[in-house]
Design a protein around this ligand. Structure first.
Ligand code: IMP
Ligand code: MG
Length: 176
């Protein structure tokens, strides 16, 4: 049977979103040039919607969806776009908004693509920075929460496409 153990409440998340939105605003407010906030679908959609409404500047918004092939953690894993961006990032500051950074492979790929497309700067904002399985060095400049291990769902995060709608974050516990 699957049990869900509460990890971060809706209220705790809202507080952290406020804090991170203030940090991001401080980082970008004086920046000249266009800023693009880029949501990594599907998992970041709830976080993105809450976060962008708290920013005190006007970013352009866009969405990508990435798919990984091969074994989830194998070094030979390939990442591709299953939905690409619709606006150009050339000479723009890009803020990537992700649900959770785990091995780092997905965002390492996305960052590299944005660099080749001429982004002026790239920063990563993640709801959760999960460090135990990190394989690629990544600078997660903004994060609401850090976690060592565990598999979590809710607030956009899924387990086989379920639980995304939950207002809080829960750990999935499989009972024997
Ligand atoms: P990675 O950083 O390339 O390993 O990929 C991170 C992606 O794996 C995230 O964007 C999620 O879609 C998924 N993922 C990793 N850990 C979790 C978790 O605890 N719950 C739900 N999805 C996760
Ligand atoms: Mg994701």
């Amino acid at each position: 049977m699957t049990r869900l153990r509460p990890v971060f409440s809706a209220q705790e998340i809202a507080q952290q979103v406020d804090r991170v939105a203030a940090e991001i605003t401080a980082r970008y407010r004086e920046e000249d040039g266009e800023i693009v906030a880029l949501c990594v679908l599907k998992g970041a959609f709830v976080f993105f919607a809450d976060l962008v409404r708290k920013l005190d500047f006007e970013p352009q918004l866009d969405f990508v969806r990435l798919a990984s092939y091969g074994q989830a953690t194998s070094p030979g894993e390939k990442v591709t776009f299953s939905k690409d961006m619709e606006i150009s990032v050339k000479d723009k500051h890009v803020l990537i908004v992700e649900d959770i950074v785990d091995t780092g492979r997905t965002l390492a790929y996305l960052t590299k693509v944005l660099e080749t497309r001429g982004a002026r700067s790239i920063a990563i904002c993640s709801l959760i920075d999960k460090r135990e399985r990190r394989e690629v060095e990544l600078d997660v400049a903004f994060s609401c929460f850090q976690m060592d291990k565990g598999f979590v769902v809710g607030f956009g995060l899924d387990y086989a496409e379920r639980y995304r709608q939950l207002p809080g974050v829960y750990e999935v516990c499989e009972d024997a």
